[in-house]
Design a protein around this ligand. Sequence first.
Ligand code: CP
Length: 318
Amino acid sequence: MKKFTRVTDIGDLKAAVAEALEVKANRFAYKHLGQDKTLLMLFFNSSLRTRLSTQKAAMNLGMNVMVLDVNQGAWKLETERGVVMDGDKAEHLLEAIPVMASYCDMIGVRTFAGLANKADDYNEKVLNQFIEYAGKPVFSMEAATGHPLQAFADIITIEEHKTKERPKVVLTWAPHPKALPQAVPNSFAEWTVAAGYDVVITHPHGYELDPRFTAGATIEYDQRKAFEGADFIYAKNWSAYADPNYGKILSTDRSWTVDSEKMALTDNAFFMHCLPVRRNMIVTDEVIESPGSIVIPEAANREISAQTVLKRILEGTK
Ligand code: CP
């Protein structure tokens, strides 16, 4: 595997999940693969889970790891070609990428949507420059439009907890005080549909996601109706995708917060969230602390999704 940004990069998803579960059961069995290999993890924004889980995954595989927070201690990077660099950005990405790539065997990149220019975000301007100019395998640690390592961990978690062959999986929008990207819901929709689940997405009008990610899912604007009979509830906030409101907050309606009364409509559903989560905005204390909340095993599976992807990159196979 030379790049990992979409579900299509992983090939047969069932086989990938089986491999992930094998990795989970024997996580130190592949230490030889990473010997004398170096991973560079590059962060353009903050992270807790992605940083630690990917680093742990690389260590499980015997790799050396370098972590660079681009906005803390490195030269400020220009990402646009043709710009007269007379401002505060001292280095261009087009030099920085091959230089960084010369020090490592693969690069994990974490970028975030700017939410100002939809075309820039949905063309994955930063991530794609790494793929084009690094000359080394590149994997997404969340980019403007997707978070595939999170979605892969979500699928592993659902497979571990499901009691039906084809569970009903509901992705629900929930309120948040800041405008957030669509990356997590995009990937969650794309990966859960690919997994063959009965996928329902519920959100207020105006929050429709990019249909390239949601094709195959049912859209239900009535949150309560969506929750009926659900096996998994996955809560997430996102800002508007549709024009002319791209990147904007259209609602902070707290009646969309996931609470016990709504969870009672489900078929004893598990509660999931990628974390970090704002309690009593996205989900009540009661629900996230309930026995049906699987947010911690879900986060723990980030190590497993990352290790499976790194293993495949090291093996040079799909
Ligand atoms: N879920 C997730 O990606 O968490 P971090 O932002 O902390 O990495």
